[in-house]
Design a protein around this ligand. Structure first.
Ligand code: C5P
Length: 234
């Protein structure tokens, strides 16, 4: 199965993002664009990154009625993104509609993954605000199984949950994991973190790394270190 290091390009404008990526003259990183950059720059940002040879994970976390999600996914698919996502909370019919919208006439499509519970949601908040009384880990498992039932490719989860998800959904069910830090680096606001090497041991397929690369004194060297640790390549 494909494994890769995805650089979270959490920049507020396209110019800064493109200037940042120009430093990478060798291997072109897989990049993640989130809502901030996409809402600022729109589809042209995806096109520019694709033209420059970067695989793109468009992290827009769709969650709406099935018909709306299906039509929106059709648009994202025509933009030729490589990976996109929905909230598993949108239910199995919504995820099935997303997959249908994403699938092109020739049967090809970007990877589709689901967010289970956001890492900003604690078990306490989930119980209080969402009235979900099950343990958080059980909710993550159930939502991951729903994503698999709907035909999705995998989920976003903590590297610490990657093995657990694969145990229940199969080894070929993709785990995309943020919360990655170098052993000697700053944690920032992330709490449950692992190193790229540990994420590989735990079964992550794609690690999402933001600030350890974007804020590094030498981003190219930091990216290379992620690749060495996670992919065993220089
Ligand atoms: O800078 P850092 O490495 O913490 O960036 C991690 C990226 O992954 C950010 O874009 C963040 O929004 C995203 N993310 C996360 N935790 C999740 C889902 C996404 O940190 N559960």
């Amino acid at each position: 199965m494909a494994k890769d290091v995805i650089v979270a390009c959490d920049f507020s404008d396209g110019k800064t993002c493109l200037e940042f990526l120009e430093q990478f003259t060798g291997r072109k990183p897989y990049v993640k664009i989130g809502m901030e950059l996409y809402y600022a720059e729109g589809p042209q940002m995806v096109r520019k990154l694709k033209e420059r040879g970067h695989p793109v994970f468009l992290d827009l976390k769709l969650h709406d009625i099935p018909n709306t999600v299906m039509k929106s996914m059709k648009v994202l698919s025509s933009m030729n993104v490589d990976m996109c996502n929905v909230h598993a909370a949108g239910t199995v019919p919504m995820m099935e509609a997303a997959l249908k919208g994403l699938t092109r006439e020739d049967g090809s499509r970007p990877l589709l993954i689901a967010v289970t519970q956001l890492t900003s949601t604690s078990e306490e908040i989930m119980k209080r605000d969402l009235l979900i009384q099950e343990p958080l880990q059980e909710v993550v498992r159930h939502y991951a199984e729903n994503a698999k039932t709907a035909g999705l490719d995998g989920v976003v989860c903590s590297p610490l949950e990657a093995g657990f998800v694969k145990e229940h959904c199969g080894n070929d069910f993709i785990t995309v994991t943020p919360g990655v830090r170098f052993a000697d680096g700053e944690k920032g606001d992330q709490v449950r973190v692992t190193t790229p090497a540990r994420a590989r041991e735990l079964g992550s397929d794609y690690i999402v790394v933001g600030r350890p690369v974007t804020q590094a004194d030498d981003p190219v060297a930091a990216y290379r270190r992620c690749c060495e640790e996670f992919l065993n390549i220089g």
